[in-house]
Design a protein around this ligand. Structure first.
Ligand code: NDP
Length: 445
C-alpha cells in the first residue's frame, strides 16, 4: 500500500474501532488504488480519500416491538447513508442477529463502488437490524417491520434514500415496510423501496437478479478464455434468494450445481439440485436444508466441515461475508476449481482472495459479480418513475446487458492499470474513478 493510502487506512481503523469487517472492506479497496493514484495523483488531493471512507450520515435507532406472547423486545436499527455523489443512497436492509454498525458500514462502503459500476446514477447506502426473523410468526415480523419503518421513514424517500432487501429481508418484509411507509406519509411513493411485490410496483427479474447476475458474470469471465459454463460442476453456498437463483441460471446455462447450504449445514446432491424442491422448502415453507434431504433420495446433509470441501469446477459463494477462508480456497483449488464468482458480499477472506489470485484462476469479486441485484432495483425505480412495467424478457435483457458492461469495465480498468485479468483491481479502480470524478466536480461537500 502506498504511504498516502496507508495513512487513510490507519485513520479508518483508529476512528472505527473494532469494526473489523469495515476495516477489511476499506483495506481491499485502498490496496487496489496504488496504480490508480500513481497514474492520476489528483485523486489523493483535497482529502478525497478521507472523504470517501467517511459516511455522509449514520443513523442508529431503537426498534421496540411486541411478540405474540405480549413480551416487549428492543432491537437496534441502522441506516448508513454513505455516499450520494452519483444519486440517492441505494442499498439493502439486513435483518440478522450478527448485524452491528461495522457490518452495515462495510456493506455500505462496498455498495458505493458496486452501484457506480452499474452506471445507473445511484449512490451507496445500507441498513438493517440485529433482529432475527427465524422462527418468528408473520405477525411478529410485521410488527417489527412497522416499528423499524416508523423511524426509518424520516430518513428515506424516492430521491433521497431507497432501501431494498438483503439477508433476512425479502418480499414479505419489504411489503410490511412499504405498507407502514405509505400509512405514515399518506403518499404512494412506489420508488421509496425496491424488491416490491409485482402487484404494487415491483419489477420482474428483481427476485432472480443477484443470483442470475453472479452466474452471468462467471460466464463472461469464462468467455475471455473461450470457455463456458456448459457441463461444469458448480459448488454453491447459501440457500436464500441469491443462492436459489444462481442455481437456476447455472442450470439454464448447462451447468450442474450440486450443493447449497444454510447455517445448519450443507447439502450435496450429486445428481444435480432439484430446484423446484429447493424453492418449495426455502421459499414456500421457510424450512431448513435438512427438509430437502428428507424428500430427495441420494442427497446428503453434512453438518461438519465446509461446503468448500466438495470438489467442483466453479464456486459461487452466496451466503455471507468471510464464509470462504484461505484453507477453503486451497481446498477448492486442489479440487480443480477454476472460477469463483461472488454472489454474496465479501464472502472470501483476504487470504482466500490471495490464494485464488496466486493460482491465476478467474475470480469475480462481489462488488462486480453481485451487482445485478442493485442494477435491477434501479430498473425497478426507473419503471416506478415512468409508471410502467416491462415484461420478463425486457428486464432480463437489460440485466444481461448491464452485467456484460460491468464485466467489460473491470477488464478494461485492469488492463489500463497494468494487471490484465485482475477483476479485484478492475472493479475497485473502475468504481472508484467514477465516484471520485463526480465528488471532485461537486466540490468539498
Ligand atoms: P437470504 O436471507 O435470502 O439467504 C441467506 C442465506 O445464507 C441463507 O441460506 C442463510 O442461512 C445463509 N447464511 C446467512 N448468514 C449465514 C451465516 N452466518 N452462516 C451460514 N449461513 C448463513 O439472503 P440473500 O440470499 O439475499 O443474501 C445472501 C448474500 O448475498 C449476502 O451476503 C447479501 O449481502 C448478498 N447480496 C444479496 C443481494 C440481494 O439482492 N438479495 C444483492 C447483493 C448481494 P440461514 O437461513 O441458516 O441463516
Amino acid at each position: 500500500m502506498q504511504d498516502v493510502v496507508e495513512k487513510v487506512y490507519e485513520q479508518v481503523v483508529a476512528r472505527n474501532r473494532g469494526e473489523v469487517e469495515f476495516h477489511q472492506a476499506v483495506h481491499e479497496v485502498l490496496e487496489s488504488l496504488g496504480p490508480v493514484i500513481a497514474k492520476h495523483p489528483h485523486y489523493a488531493e483535497g482529502a478525497l480519500l478521507e472523504r470517501i471512507v467517511e459516511p455522509e450520515r449514520q443513523i442508529m435507532f431503537r426498534v421496540p416491538w411486541v411478540d405474540d406472547a405480549g413480551q416487549v423486545h428492543v432491537n437496534r436499527g441502522f441506516r448508513i447513508e454513505f455516499n450520494s455523489a452519483l444519486g440517492p443512497y441505494k442499498g439493502g436492509l439486513r435483518f440478522h442477529p450478527s448485524v452491528n454498525a461495522g457490518i452495515i458500514k462495510f456493506l455500505g462502503f462496498e455498495q458505493i463502488f458496486k452501484n457506480a459500476l452499474t452506471a445507473q446514477g445511484i449512490g451507496g447506502g445500507k441498513g438493517g437490524s440485529d433482529f432475527d426473523p427465524h422462527g418468528r410468526s408473520d405477525a411478529e415480523v410485521m410488527r417489527f417491520c412497522q416499528s423499524f419503518m416508523t423511524e426509518l421513514s424520516r430518513h428515506i424517500g424516492p430521491s433521497t434514500d431507497v432501501p431494498a432487501g438483503d439477508i433476512g429481508v425479502g418480499g414479505r418484509e419489504v411489503g410490511y415496510m412499504f405498507g407502514q411507509y405509505k400509512r405514515l406519509r399518506n403518499s404512494y411513493d412506489a420508488g421509496v423501496l425496491t424488491g416490491k411485490g409485482l402487484a404494487w410496483g415491483g419489477s420482474l427479474v428483481r427476485t432472480e437478479a443477484t443470483g442470475y447476475g453472479a452466474v452471468l458474470f462467471a460466464q463472461s469471465m469464462l468467455s475471455t478464455k473461450g470457455e463456458s459454463l456448459e457441463g461444469k460442476k458448480v459448488i454453491v453456498s447459501g440457500a436464500g434468494n441469491v443462492a436459489i437463483y444462481a442455481i437456476e441460471k447455472a442450470q439454464q446455462l448447462g451447468a450442474t450445481p450440486i450443493t447449497f447450504s444454510d447455517s445448519s449445514g450443507y447439502v450435496v446432491d450429486e445428481a444435480g439440485v432439484d430446484l423446484e424442491l429447493l424453492k418449495q422448502v426455502k421459499e414456500v415453507e421457510r424450512g431448513r436444508v435438512a427438509d430437502y434431504v428428507e424428500r430427495r433420495p441420494g442427497a446428503r446433509l453434512v453438518t461438519d466441515g465446509s461446503v468448500w470441501d466438495v470438489p467442483g469446477d466453479v464456486a459461487l459463494p452466496c451466503a455471507t461475508q468471510n464464509e470462504l477462508d484461505g484453507d477453503a480456497a486451497n481446498t477448492l483449488l486442489r479440487g480443480g476449481c477454476g472460477v469463483v464468482s461472488e454472489g454474496a458480499n465479501m464472502p472470501s477472506t483476504p487470504e482466500a482472495v490471495e490464494a485464488f489470485q496466486k493460482a491465476g484462476i478467474l475470480f469475480g469479486p462481489g462488488k462486480a459479480a453481485n451487482a445485478g441485484g442493485v442494477a435491477t432495483s434501479a430498473l425497478e425505480m426507473e419503471q416506478n418513475a415512468g409508471r410502467t412495467r416491462w415484461d420478463f424478457a425486457t428486464a432480463e435483457a437489460k440485466l444481461t446487458g448491464i452485467m456484460t458492461d460491468i464485466h467489460d469495465s473491470c477488464v478494461a480498468a485492469a488492463e489500463e492499470y497494468g494487471r490484465p485479468g485482475d477483476y479485484v483491481l478492475g472493479a475497485n479502480a473502475a468504481g472508484f474513478t467514477r465516484v471520485a470524478d463526480v465528488m471532485i466536480a461537486h466540490g468539498i461537500v
